[in-house]
Ligand binder design. Structure first.
Ligand SMILES: [Zn+2]
Length: 382
């Protein structure tokens, strides 16, 4: 049983991120783990984060949906969590997957404001609408509550039941145009990566500068939310493009393309720099699609796709699903992706810009909780 819980926690680990391009909602972990009514279990449980992530995926109709978690430092020694759970949260903190703060204050709202993300919380945030006007918008603050098949969202402040993203705030756009350096050695949020600061060798994470979290703004000064230190400007942030993989009409995952790192997509490329599709493919698609089938590169803002397969690919110009429009992409051939273009590795296995590739199939979820033992999943009667 302990082994199974570890596997669930590993699955949840793949769904926490501080990458501004990938996070889809913001949560306060200290709040989520104490929603005892979600499963009627222990006073605190990290598995509840998995339940909330699953609920978010159901609502967005997408798989592999990550959340941005703010973690109060006290959680690392919270006796209501198991020692295993505390260890896991500590690992997430060390790897910069979550933000650990001494005084979270309204950092949840600040991140949601800068990135334009919905907040999943039962807090009403009274009196903060002046500072964060979007708190009154539908879908920006949703409270996960017990439902028949796991948590469901109810409007808490602004109405609506589906999470809604706004745009990044003007300040967020400015902050995310630069990369930042924390003077604190080994800072997991604004440490090494890119230029490699004086303490780069001490950093536990070689974090890609394109994936740096948004700084905290204190009295107008970009500040490390973890260390409270003024951040140094380390130059322009590398350009990125967010791509999505859609299989059988369902978006299975998103990934970030940067100018420094091409990404291989196929049946089984090296996961270090590739997107592995094998788990979602049927036998015929598996036979057709090569281990590394296509390579994506970002060059001066343009997405370039190169076929690296045995059997070739196709491009659907402007997203047209008419067979007559489909262009063949022969092995070794390259093409600049125009607006709306969708690359098709095999019929129904598609890659395109995330904002141009919505899910359009009935959601068949791959739960992060799939490995959860029934004991931890004892759902209360709704
Ligand atoms: Zn720092």
């Amino acid at each position: 049983m302990r082994f199974e819980i570890s596997k669930v926690l590993d699955a949840i680990e793949g769904r926490v991120t501080t990458d501004p391009s990938l996070a889809r909602a913001v949560v306060d972990l200290a709040e989520v783990i104490r929603w005892q009514d979600l499963d009627g279990g222990r006073p605190a449980s990290l598995l509840r984060l998995g339940m909330v992530i699953d609920a978010l995926a159901r609502e967005l109709g997408e798989d592999s949906v990550p959340v941005y978690a703010i973690v109060h430092r006290a959680l690392l020694s919270d006796a209501d969590l198991t020692s295993n759970e505390r260890m896991v949260v500590r690992r997430w903190a060390d790897d910069g997957l979550v933000e650990v703060l001494d005084q979270p204050g309204d950092r949840v709202l600040e991140v949601a404001d800068l990135l334009g993300l919905p907040v999943l919380s039962r807090v009403r945030f009274d009196g903060l609408q002046g500072r964060y006007p979007w708190l009154g918008q539908a879908g920006r603050v949703l409270a996960p509550v017990p439902g028949a098949g796991g948590p469901v969202f109810i409007a808490h402040v602004g109405g609506g039941q589906s999470p809604a993203a706004g745009g990044r705030s003007p300040v967020g756009v400015k902050l995310l145009a630069r990369q930042w350096r924390c003077p604190e050695p080994g800072c997991a949020l604004f440490g090494s990566g890119g230029g490699g600061g004086a303490f780069a060798d001490l950093a536990r994470v070689d974090r890609a500068p394109a994936g740096q979290p948004p700084p905290s703004l204190r009295n107008g000064v970009p500040t490390c939310p973890r260390h409270g230190a003024r951040l140094g400007d380390a130059g322009p942030r590398p350009r990125t493009e967010v791509l999505a993989v859609r299989i059988g009409g369902l978006v299975r995952r998103r990934f970030v393309l940067t100018e420094t790192q091409p990404v291989l997509v196929g049946r089984a490329p090296d996961p270090a720099d590739g997107i592995v599709l094998g788990q979602w493919l049927n036998d015929e698609a598996r036979r057709w699609i090569s281990r590394s089938h296509v390579r994506f590169e970002l060059r001066v803002g343009e997405v370039i796709v190169t076929d690296t397969s045995t059997n070739g690919s196709g491009v659907r110009p402007g997203g047209s699903m008419a067979e007559a429009d489909r262009l063949a992409l022969a092995p070794q051939q390259s093409r600049v992706l125009a607006e709306g273009d969708i690359v098709e590795l095999y019929p129904g296995v598609q890659v395109g810009r995330a904002d141009e590739l919505p899910s359009d199939a009935k959601f068949s979820p791959t739960s992060v909780m799939a490995e959860a033992p029934t004991m931890a999943m004892r759902l209360p009667r709704p």
